[in-house]
Ligand binder design. Sequence first.
Ligand code: ADP
Length: 359
Amino acid sequence: MSDARADLQATIRAQLERVRGPDGKPLTASERLSDIVVQGSRIYFFIAVSAGEAAAWEATRKAAEQAVAAVEGVISVTISLSAERHEAKAPPPVAAPPAASPASFPALAEVRHIIAVASGKGGVGKSTTACNLALGLASLGLSVGILDADIYGPSMPKLFGLRAKPNVIGEKTLVPLDGFGVKVMSIGFVVDEAKALVWRGPMVMGAITQMLRDVAWGKLDVLVVDMPPGTGDAQLTMAQSVQLAGAVIVSTPQDLALIDARKGVAMFGQVGVPILGLIENMSYFVCDECGKRHEIFAHGGARREAARLGVPLLGEIALDPMIRERSDAGQPVVVMEPDSQAAQTYREIARRVMAALGA
Ligand code: ADP
């Protein structure tokens, strides 16, 4: 380990000594801290808690994030609460699907398969995965579109590096923009993000419906829908408002994220949408200095979860700073780093999705 990295870790530990958990102990004395991973100026680690303790520890997690962010030389901090070591709950029962009654939109008449990319909570890399999955499907020769239904935080404009406003044909039909050969539509092209954030349920649903109904999607093999995170009413309505061929659930490996992922699986089960599989994102971490694979977030959680739920594991994507940097710059890795391990994994996932759809 380099001296600089060891120094930074020591400084971070010293900062964390001042942060106390709800048990009153300094974090560093509680045996709950994972290894502190330093990747350049980005810091990752987790605090082990049981699922029941998570709410009580959230304030500590935030305080720890602030304390570490204040350390000189730190650009970003990702601290997760993980129940991995403590308990593993059985998944909730999946309700029998009611008869599907999808509203059909003429704009979608020539779309062969619509798939949802969903996650139980935000920040797990759902949008990044949806973007690269869409491009992976396109690289296999399919005609692909992506609908950014993540209305609270539309990320497709950034991920595809698109800033133009879509053309309007006729009275109100929007023409999707072209992102590396994929047809892209996002509420982010039409309203500014700050406005979308204050929208409430009905407006959100109205906007999503509009993007399904009033967009010239044309002929597509697959339309990938980047769902809003979570499993509330908006998600349920979305899952019911079009005939989804299947859903892909993105999760990080920690148990708490997996509990949310389970809710996602159950939600699609309720409306009779098949689960195409789980994707474990930020699965493991390859150290740029020693080249070794570090499983800081107890990698493999999604594999066990998939087996438990009887659904396929579509792939495990590494926690790779290159993914973040390329994504932030609007340069999706499948296109810009096609030979990277990450791009290969995304393409492999796309192949599995394609096979599951029979596309
Ligand atoms: P979500 O849609 O679940 O809210 P995003 O796709 O916006 O999540 O990703 C959240 C952040 O994590 C972004 O900064 C993104 O670049 C980063 N990210 C996503 N996947 C990875 C990964 N495999 N490795 C490193 N960073 C990632």
